[in-house]
Design a protein around this ligand. Structure first.
Ligand code: NAP
Length: 253
């Protein structure tokens, strides 16, 4: 039986976190649940659970929040590239001796016929593009300036919120979330004469269509490896995470 005092902090910002919010509320009705967003996008989804928005103010701020709110468990369902938040959460959980489970969707791996160049950093990815490339850049808004100095390439940039830095005038910007179907990506890549796809190894199905489209069109993919995260207990899927949480809450740790 779940102890009444439990208060789960769900670090959100992914489609899995959106689903988890409802599942956690349903599965653990006796626990409090607070979802947290960075506030990076304007149109925040209504998760149907108590929600806070904005950074905590580093590990120190997170510790203060956790103490004030009596957080007893952290579920880190942030994006695999949201490394700072995951580091802060792991550190705070350790300091307060609070269990933490991180949702870690498996990485993507190349399939038959895929031509991937694996790189470690955004800078490496920018360098890996040959002059004359027409690159589809699905790498988010924070590090797009790693690519903009490459004068010899064209960039078709897709992100949810506009970039803070100006893009080269010849480049094109699409402000949207990724489409669900590979067919839409294939049409886009053909229409824009895309020669290379640059992406983070986010894993999961939500943004996999571009990888399928690259496979269909035999386009090379520059795949950026995930940042290293601190050691933590992980679960590969929402259901595995909920199972683990059930054990944690049952033992009241
Ligand atoms: P980040 O570099 O790890 O985090 C930067 C700062 O943003 C953190 O130090 C923290 O501020 C705040 N923050 C991040 N996630 C938060 C959350 N869930 N609740 C409250 N504060 C949060 O993260 P990011 O790469 O900027 O990503 C921001 C958000 O977008 C994350 O929630 C992530 O899940 C989502 N997202 C990221 C990507 C990506 O590729 N990076 C892709 C899709 C979605 P304080 O230090 O002040 O606490």
């Amino acid at each position: 039986m779940t102890a009444k005092a439990d208060h789960i902090l769900l670090l959100a910002g992914t489609s899995e976190a959106r689903q988890l919010a409802g599942t956690l509320a349903e599965t653990f009705p006796e626990s409090r649940l607070t979802a947290s967003f960075a506030g990076a996008v304007r149109d925040l989804p209504d998760l149907g659970v108590p929600t806070r928005v904005g950074g905590f103010g580093g590990t120190k701020g997170l510790l203060a929040f956790m103490r004030h709110e009596g957080i007893t468990v952290i579920v880190d369902a942030t994006h695999p590239f949201a490394a700072q938040m995951s580091r802060n959460a792991a550190e705070a959980a350790k300091m307060l001796k609070v269990p933490l489970v991180r949702l870690e969707r498996p990485c993507w791996h190349p399939g038959e016929g895929d031509a991937w160049t694996n790189v470690l950093t955004m800078d490496d990815a920018a360098e890996a593009l040959p002059d004359g490339a027409r690159a589809f850049l699905a790498i988010g808004r924070k590090e797009i300036e790693r690519f903009t100095p490459r004068s010899g390439i064209f960039g078709l940039v897709r992100m949810i919120e506009p970039p803070k830095t100006q893009l080269p005038s010849a480049w094109e910007l699409i402000l949207s979330r990724p489409p669900a179907s590979a067919d839409e990506e294939v049409s886009l890549f053909l229409e824009k004469n895309i020669t290379h796809v640059v992406t983070k190894n986010s894993g999961g199905s939500r943004s996999y269509a571009k990888i399928e489209a690259a496979r269909t069109l035999k386009l090379p993919v520059i795949m950026i490896a995930r940042p290293e995260l601190p050691e933590a207990e992980t679960a590969p899927t929402n259901s595995a995470l909920v199972d683990r949480l059930r054990q944690i809450l049952a033992r009241g740790s």
